[in-house]
Design a protein around this ligand. Structure first.
Ligand code: ARG
Length: 591
């Protein structure tokens, strides 16, 4: 099991390990695990690793240990169960510890020093200039932004870089098409749409007349050699695209520390190429410069330079990595890019090792495809899905829900809530699933109030905040009353809150934002189960009431913090008009 030091759950795990070591009379490599839900215990130590050396069966060892261990203050007792030694936690002490962690941490709850200040460059979004940002880039943007937050929370220094596709032979295509077929009026109205049309048109025409590819190549070389006309036009394309991309980033509220597109490396590729040749990493092959990677089990060589002198995507990626290593001194570089580029990154990482940059950890944080339901919301032009429309559709749908359920809110607030909910729904639909899987946009599921969706979690937050407001705020300086950890519902909630730091750590370690998303979904379910059965504001006495209010406050805090790590905001009010079906309250609202 993971270790995020200093938090109560970690202390409990350490106590369990130390108790076993003391009973064994010697240090031993021990791990802890969570017992399955049906077992009445909170923590387990598997005894299997101890068996071989001691020539006893794991159940025998567990049985002996159960009789001899002396549990520390966070532990209440130990029992053997098969090859496991199970511990129960001392509920009052554990609960008080968790609440103290939460109150001390506030929105910083779950932070850790796991990263120890090490720098991680995160390469994300990276759309291509003169194209529409695709839904694939949306995934990269959302996952990358979440990884930036997660790394910051766990003590790394994240550096976010948007590696814009603003260079390469495709601009030759575009320049040729622009010179011959531009519809100036259309271009002035909507430059990106017109450039896209030219792109598609070039493809069609070149299929009829392959000589066009040669013309495009000439334009591309003109651009690389600094021809003023080609340069001016290219700059214009980049400028128009950046304006377009920025609209999407504004909607998503995503920012980058750097936006160093591929063109930034134009004058930095020569060094990489000549170095690779000098130290024999690269060879020439019919005029082209290549790096063979057979010894790494990759049969396709990486092409550094074509025989006509043109450089490639991979050349720029090599120069980019070298620049990043020099400039930021990273321990890791993460590339948040679809799994269709797996080969490219395998080649890149091997080539970097050959070039002497093997001390950096390179990770291709890959992800699957997105499928959109057909119909109005999946406009396709030139087979590209218009991302802006997907986002706007989500906001429109959220707006309709808000109008229906919160007509009393002022217009400005309704607009804001619709935006928070709509954008949150898109982000959550992506981040709540294992990134390697393909995802399908399912509007109903995405915006459902009672399912694994952003609105459900946001609503849980709003609900918790409502209870706190109704109770006239929460006394955070009152020590937690152990009686408020007695019921199954309270105890499950407390243990779940205790595990949030581990979820954050695990999500960061495996580059899996869905681990945090799933944790929050479970938190919401536990909260609603708790609130359905356990009176908070109507509690029997003040001690219980204050502590249960603290619990509710803890839920709100973890929900806001966790969603914040995923880049999802929470509204303060939402859907107040109707009791929400399916989350366990029905009409018996206690707020
Ligand atoms: N622009 C590229 C594409 O859309 C993605 C770039 C990803 N980052 C990188 N360093 N290669 O396919």
């Amino acid at each position: 099991m993971l270790k995020v030091e200093g938090y109560t759950f970690d202390r409990a795990k350490r106590e369990a390990v130390e108790a076993v070591q003391a009973a064994l009379g010697e240090p031993a490599e021990l791990t802890t695990a969570l017992p399955p839900a049906e077992v009445d215990a909170d923590l387990a130590i598997p005894c299997f690793p101890l068996a071989a050396q001691r020539r006893k069966s794991p159940p025998e060892i567990a049985g002996e240990l159960a009789r001899s261990v002396r549990p520390g203050p966070l532990l209440a007792g130990a029992q053997a169960a098969g090859g496991y030694l199970n511990f129960t936690l001392a509920r009052p002490a554990f609960a008080a510890g968790v609440m103290a962690d939460l109150i001390r941490g506030g929105d910083r709850y779950g932070t850790s020093e796991v990263g120890a200040g090490r720098t991680v460059v995160i390469d994300y979004s990276a759309p291509n200039v003169a194209r529409q940002m695709s839904v694939g880039h949306l995934r990269s943007t959302i996952i990358g932004a979440a990884l930036v937050n997660l790394h910051r929370h766990t003590g790394y220094r994240p550096v976010g870089d948007n590696h814009l596709g603003d260079w390469g032979t495709q601009f030759g295509t575009l320049l040729y098409a622009y010179a011959h077929w531009l519809d100036r009026e259309a271009y002035e109205r909507d430059p990106i749409a017109e450039l896209l049309r030219l792109y598609v048109m070039f493809d069609e025409e070149a299929r009829k007349d392959p000589a066009l590819r040669e013309r495009a190549r000439e334009w591309s070389l003109k651009l690389e050699r600094g021809d003023p006309e080609a340069r001016t036009l290219w700059q214009e394309f980049v400028r128009h695209s950046l304006v377009e991309f920025q609209k999407t980033y504004d909607l998503l509220e995503v920012r980058f520390d750097h936006t160093l597109g591929e063109s930034f490396y134009e004058d930095k590729m020569e060094e990489v190429i000549s170095q690779a040749r000098q130290n024999g990493v690269a060879t020439t092959d019919g005029g082209a410069v290549i790096i063979r990677l057979d010894d790494a089990g990759i049969t396709t060589p990486l092409i550094l330079q074509r025989s006509d002198g043109a450089t490639l995507y991979a050349t720029r990626d090599l120069a980019t990595a070298v620049y990043r290593i020099r400039t930021f001194r990273p321990a890791k570089i993460l590339y948040v890019v679809g799994s269709d580029q797996r080969l490219h990154f395998r080649q890149l990482f091997e080539a970097l090792k050959k070039l002497g940059h093997g001390d950096v950890e390179y990770v291709h944080v890959d992800f699957g495809l997105v499928r959109l339901p057909e119909g109005r919301m999946s406009t396709r032009r030139g087979r590209v899905v218009f991302l802006q429309e997907v986002l706007e559709e989500a906001i429109d749908r959220a707006r309709a829900l808000v109008d229906e359920k919160n007509p009393e809110l002022p217009e400005a607030e309704r607009r804001e809530v619709a935006r928070i909910v709509g954008v949150g729904a898109i982000k959550y639909a992506d981040l709540s699933q294992n990134r390697v899987k393909n995802i399908v946009f399912d509007w109903d599921r995405m915006l459902a109030l009672d399912g694994d969706s952003a609105p459900y979690l946001q609503y849980t937050y709003v609900r918790a905040r409502g209870i706190i407001r109704k109770g006239g705020d929460v006394a955070l300086d009152v020590p937690f009353d152990g009686r408020a950890a007695a019921s199954a519902q309270e105890w499950a909630l407390i243990k779940h809150l205790a595990r949030f730091p581990d979820a954050v750590h695990e999500a960061t370690r495996a580059y899996y934002p869905h681990v945090v998303a799933n944790h929050l979904f479970q938190l919401a379910q536990l909260f609603h189960a708790f609130y359905q059965e356990i009176p908070v504001l109507q509690a029997e006495d003040n001690g219980l009431r204050w502590s249960r209010q603290q619990l509710v406050w803890g839920v709100a805090t973890v929900m806001r913090t966790g969603l914040g790590l995923l880049g999802i905001r929470v509204p303060e009010r939402m859907y107040s008009r109707f009791p929400v079906p399916g989350i366990g309250h029905g009409a018996k609202c206690r707020v």
